[in-house]
Design a binder for this molecule. Structure first.
Ligand code: CTP
Ligand code: CA
Ligand code: CA
Length: 625
């Protein structure tokens, strides 16, 4: 039984003069590890599994593609505009030299037949975003809802189209990582059943290396990154890891074709031994392509690369490395040993050391798909100088939030937020951004009116109409969004449900809907069947389950359904303020700020000011200057 001697291949790649004497022989030495039966049978090798296969799949010209699909235009140069700037350019338009962030006038000069689509916007008074004639930043707010929606569909297709057991992690609006290690191993064992048993004559039992693998035929599987870019003829016998990559490539090819056929989006994928390399090689040849980086090709792929092009090695960190060593390529940096790097850049710089050698042990992990918070924000083109000017923007933001939450409930029906938060950036006041929040009660139907009513109330608390103001940004958000099952307890503490509601809850297969109804939604349910004891039959008053106080709407506020619904909600919110201090202390501390680009973080309730610590070690290269 013969296997390739471990390391032999990678060593031969290192005959170059640039290899310094003090570099340990271990650079790239794990590229062709010995794979034994034990390796194959061990299920939980995790990120150190030598047969690990990871893919990153990214959509081609994503926003542009969404608009192409929406409009049914596939053969024309098309760009997506946000105000006067291009934010996405399809591949046909790229042929004219049009690039993102170019001004529209410049793009049109290059290509007079350019199809120009302005991104959808919210407009005051409209429930849904639309494609209006002349969207204006002074009156409209950009909506990325279409792209978010398509992103969800695509992610769903990865999950459904890839073999069971594939771990899928959303990486951004248009890309996802997949860990195919487990399903690939399964397929490997099915395809090569002789691997499933240690042969009787295996000299080392379980620790016997696997027999030599078959030579992989890469045809139809994508673009193979060559071992030696200067001579593509140079190749090496396949390894078992190559076999694993080829199996992953089959799955990826299939799912990418499904996405293209069903959703109309073309994608580009990278397939390699880890996330870093998968992401890097996904853009090796775009669009509509998948690139496969075999272990043997890693050194020559990485070495000539400008290290500042590597994610996280741009910016300050990259500059610091470039200045310190006066170098520009990955190969240049390989001469710096780990000790030296850690002395200069701190303990954690080990990840730089590893990444330069194609090592990355980060896991592919499905994140909680639901964002615990949701934020709609607007930088105002014309500052608000009078409190009354705020309401128009609140309605625009409320429309976006209502739509997004309802949409999220389309995929996860029992979602509900705990808190609504309004914040404003007042450049005149001492505190530049202030926010107000209130617990979010249950309503049967989450409408723009209901959200706007709650936000209006917060606005009144936030903004003193008599004080001078120059508010340049407003945002409205929901935090603590979670499934009702777990949220039910906290709701119970807000609004104790009546026995009749509990029964309805048991009988109803759509538990959450009835739970919502039971809690406060009775406000809309005129049948009286599911009314909570807290809310009066005619839904114009309620009794606080904690203090027993009844609050009622004035008759003038009950003329229309919307008015009554919003009024009751405002009343509940108002009363909740009474209990707010207590509830705030129970709010989860970790509600993360929304990280999406262009979305400001929600201010957490003010706590004791922590002394600002200056970043240590490597952190200082990533902190804002
Ligand atoms: N995007 C953006 N602003 C940025 C980066 C990206 O608005 N600074 C949007 C783009 O409009 C894009 C989407 O996010 O369509 C995905 O970004 P990316 O994958 O970087 O670019 P694509 O347009 O998809 O182009 P490519 O085919 O090169 O991936
Ligand atoms: Ca993309
Ligand atoms: Ca992307």
């Amino acid at each position: 039984m013969s296997t390739t001697a471990p390391h032999s291949r990678s060593k031969s790649l290192w005959k170059g003069k640039d290899r310094p004497a003090d570099t340990p022989a271990s650079d790239f030495d794990d590229l062709d590890p010995v794979i034994t039966y034990r390796t194959l049978f061990t299920q939980n090798l995790g990120v150190r599994d030598p047969l690990r296969v990871i893919a990153l799949c990214d959509s081609d010209a994503f926003y542009a593609a969404c608009e192409m699909v929406r409009l049914g235009i596939f053969d024309k140069p098309l760009v997506v505009l946000q105000w006067s700037m291009l934010i996405a350019v399809n591949y046909i338009a790229r042929k004219f030299g049009i690039t993102r962030m170019m001004k529209i006038q410049d793009a049109k000069e290059r290509c007079p037949d350019l199809v120009v689509v302005h991104v959808a916007t919210y407009k005051e008074g409209e429930k849904e975003p639309g494609y209006w004639e002349n969207p204006d930043t002074r009156t409209h707010k950009v909506s990325l809802d279409l792209y978010r929606r398509e992103s969800v569909k695509m992610l769903q297709m990865y999950k459904e189209g890839l073999p069971e057991d594939t771990e899928v992690e959303k990486a951004s609006i248009d890309e996802a990582f997949m860990d195919l290690t487990r399903p690939v191993r399964q397929i490997l064992l099915e395809r090569y059943p002789y691997l499933a048993q240690v042969p009787d004559d295996a000299p080392l039992g379980l620790d016997t290396p696997l027999p030599p693998p078959p030579q992989v035929s890469w045809q139809q599987l994508g673009t193979i990154i060559p071992m030696d870019p200067s001579n593509e003829e140079v190749d090496a016998p396949s390894t078992w890891h190559d076999v694993a990559l080829s199996i992953a490539a089959e799955s990826m090819e299939k799912v990418r074709q499904q996405i293209s056929a069903k959703l109309g989006y073309t994608t580009s994928a990278g397939i390699a031994r880890n996330k870093f390399l998968a992401k890097l090689c996904a853009s090796y040849r775009k669009p509509m392509n998948q690139s496969i980086l075999r272990n043997a090709a890693i050194p020559n792929y990485l070495k000539p690369m400008a290290f500042q092009k590597i994610r996280f090695l741009g910016g300050k960190m990259g500059d610091a490395l470039a200045n310190e060593y006066d170098v520009s390529t990955v190969a240049d940096l390989l001469s710096i040993n780990l000790d030296e790097m850690q002395n200069k850049f701190g303990e954690e710089s080990i990840w730089i050391y590893e990444v330069l050698r194609g090592i990355d042990h980060t896991e592919v992990k499905e994140k909680q798909t639901l964002n615990k918070s949701m934020l709609a924000s607007k930088n105002l083109p014309k500052p608000i100088t009078q409190a009354s000017e705020g309401y128009q923007w609140i309605r625009v933001l409320a429309a976006e939030l209502a739509l997004r939450l309802n949409e999220a409930r389309g995929t996860t029906p029992n979602l509900w937020p705990k808190t609504i938060v309004l914040s404003a950036r007042n450049v005149i006041a001492h505190e530049s951004r202030r926010s107000k929040q209130a617990p979010w009660p249950f309503v049967r139907e989450l409408t723009v009116e209901v959200v706007a009513a709650a936000a209006d109330k917060l606005w009144k608390e936030l903004v003193d109409p008599h004080a001078p103001m120059k508010i340049i940004g407003v945002s409205l958000g929901f935090t603590g969004i979670e499934g009702v099952e777990s949220g039910l307890k906290s709701i119970d503490t807000f609004f104790k449900t009546a026995p009749v509601s509990k029964r309805a809850l048991d009988d109803d297969p759509d538990e959450d809907q009835s739970a919502a109804t039971a809690a406060v939604g009775g406000a809309q349910d005129t049948s009286g069947e599911r009314l909570s004891k807290n809310i009066s039959k005619d839904a114009t008053s309620f009794v606080c389950s904690r203090c027993g106080q009844r609050s009622a709407l004035p008759r003038s506020a009950t003329r229309t359904e919307v008015e009554r619904q919003a009024g009751l909600l405002a009343l509940q919110l108002e009363h909740e303020d009474f209990h707010l201090a207590l509830e705030l202390s129970k709010l989860p501390d970790d509600a993360p700020p929304v990280r999406e680009a262009g979305r400001a973080a929600i201010n957490k309730p003010k706590k004791k000011k922590r002394r600002k610590e200056s970043p240590q070690g490597i952190a200082k290269f990533f902190s804002k200057s």
